[in-house]
Design a protein around this ligand. Sequence first.
Ligand code: ZN
Length: 434
Amino acid sequence: MKQRALLFLFVILIGLTASYLLLRDGKAPQLAFYPANGSVSANNPPTLTLTDTGTGLQNLVVTVSQEGKATELIDTTFPDGTTRHTVALPLAKLGLKDGPLVIDIATKDNALLANRTKQKLTVALDNRPPTISVLTTAHNMNQGGSGLVMFRVSEKVQRSGVQVGDRFFPAFPQQGEVFACLFAFPYDVKAGDFLPRLVAVDLAGNERISGINFHTRLKPLKSDRITISQGFLNEKMPDFQHFFPDTRDPLQLFLRVNGELRAANVAKLKEFAAKTAGKPLWQGAFLRLPNAAPKAGFNDQRDYYFNDKKIDHQTHLGQDLASLAASPVPAANSGTVVFADELGIYGQCVIIDHGLGLQSLYSHLSSINVAVGASVTKGQIIGRTGTTGMAGGDHLHFGILLNGIEVDPLEWLDQHWITDNFTDKRNSAMTTAK
Ligand SMILES: [Zn+2]
């Protein structure tokens, strides 16, 4: 009898051990702390994310200490089945001083023998936004044109640049804490709505927004009447059929290409902006296609007519230059090729990056003889003019992009403008900052 009872106990013990081994959760909870750069701000509280996909989270205790004084910030028990929890650390209520801070994090799961995770983080508490000192004084902006602002920041920043409406033009460090930012007075922004703001965000996430002294100059808009003939539609539209296979009527197809495809192509230009160099790769005025007649300008307001009826309206965002057919096209300035392919209405197209967000665009080419990644020098032949894309006759559509937005190319073709608005301003700001 006694033997049987012992055996029974033994079997139960084996059973319990087996189920423990089967059911146990061997993994401790995972911790993720953001920001991970060692700086935190009470105004932009850091977050802590816990995960435990095994038996789930049981509790969390967070203690904060500064100068030897420890305060419990969080002590929470989680409901059963909590596998993920994110919390913003409410540092603001502790009245801490800027400076070093130790954050102790302890959490455990619901396993029979609870798995514990502990972490001690030493971070810098920084509640002050960076100070911005603007080093350039005159910012004369033509509508559709470009401008340079140079500034110094008081501490390391994770993001800085100029905000214009919903567009952001990033700044690039030039030397030490001196930054350069090329920004635009975008062609589609009304003078009264143009308000550039300098923005700098430090590593802890504190943001400073400051004004820039600026002066705007408006340019009268030029109107242009474009007549679309049946011959043009017959000749040109088959090239675009594959973009809209369901639209068989040539005029309807033209309207979709001129509207939808144009908008998609213009949006695509923004993608190349991220591939810009942090320092200027160019020098001096940009080259214009030699021996070419201007055919259309930047920001021309185009009305399209078919059989004397107005069918469309678009803004032309470059300079059209016509020379002999298949004329060699020089790189307007030195830089790196970031695009060399077909691009919808632009046809065969090359984009060269010149640094600081500045890029030049060459389109409707009949041939391209540079590849993405190639370094080109000013004047180097990159292709030949043509009629690819939405072009009626052989010409070069030349554009200048600033962080993906088309700006007036004429400023960049003008040595005086570049000296006054870029070179002298940049050089003098770098000298002052030394
Ligand atoms: Zn054009």
